[in-house]
Design a protein around this ligand. Sequence first.
Ligand code: 3PG
Length: 306
Amino acid sequence: MKVLVATDKPFAKIAVDGIRKEIEAAGYELALLEKYGEKAKLLEAVKDADAIIIRSDVIDAEVLDAAKELKIVVRAGAGYDNVDLEAATAHNVCVMNTPGQNSNAVAELAFGLMVMAVRNMYNGASGTELKGKKLGIHAYGNVGRNVARIAKGFGMDIYAYDAYCPKEVIEADGVKAVASTEELYATCNIVSLHIPATPETKNSINYDLVDKMPKNGLLVNTARKEVINEADLLRLMNDRPDLEYVTDIMPVHHAEFADHFPGRYFSTPKKMGAQTAEANINAGIAAARQIVGFLKDGCEKFRVNK
Ligand code: 3PG
């Protein structure tokens, strides 16, 4: 059996070594395709793969067609919007993710972005502090919970909204559960996004919603660029010179944001929330173990497609 690690954005070497150990201990072969750039290289590499470990790499119908031996794809990470789940089901391929394994890394980066924003992008001018500010956590999943834990250390006043998480679960963490996204944005000085990209959430962060934020509101995005309605946010930041946007996922309209809003906008050059050795080890090894469990024992825990 051949397990392919196909990561355009590679894991740390220590994580790849750990994945190799798991795969070889199970008697399988490991193939590595990193920084491949062009899809053609991925199409070639998947031809004889029985299993694939990916990150944000796109697995669509064309890739699945080319992967004649494929039985399982594990997205080493949380969001699986990069995998065509229906096509995978049609190809009889199991798709899994590794929930929670990289969430602390993403949560820590959200605070890196927040501190940078409230300190005026480190330009030396007097900024403000996170302590005492109202933080809104938009979606209370694995990353959202880590954000809440870290926010307590900063002395923030913490609010959260999650359509799928019971109020009691949020409040058990000492976080105030609000009744709607509108209430979250209207209440909080800083909103940190932790929603997945789904048909319901795409473009959902729009003019009217962000406009509810109080003066000097800060929007932090370590989730997905697709959830932002970029045209709306450009228009709103133009109408409201007090608003700031910091993101780990470069917008399609990055140049316009950077040109129009210097000092109020920042994007990392390449998504790096989960880019730590610890997150790579946790997610990569979890992915390898899930593949071994699936191939040897048929274990389908963490399956996300039908
Ligand atoms: C995730 O969904 O797990 C995060 O967005 C990290 O994605 P990455 O593996 O592409 O860095």
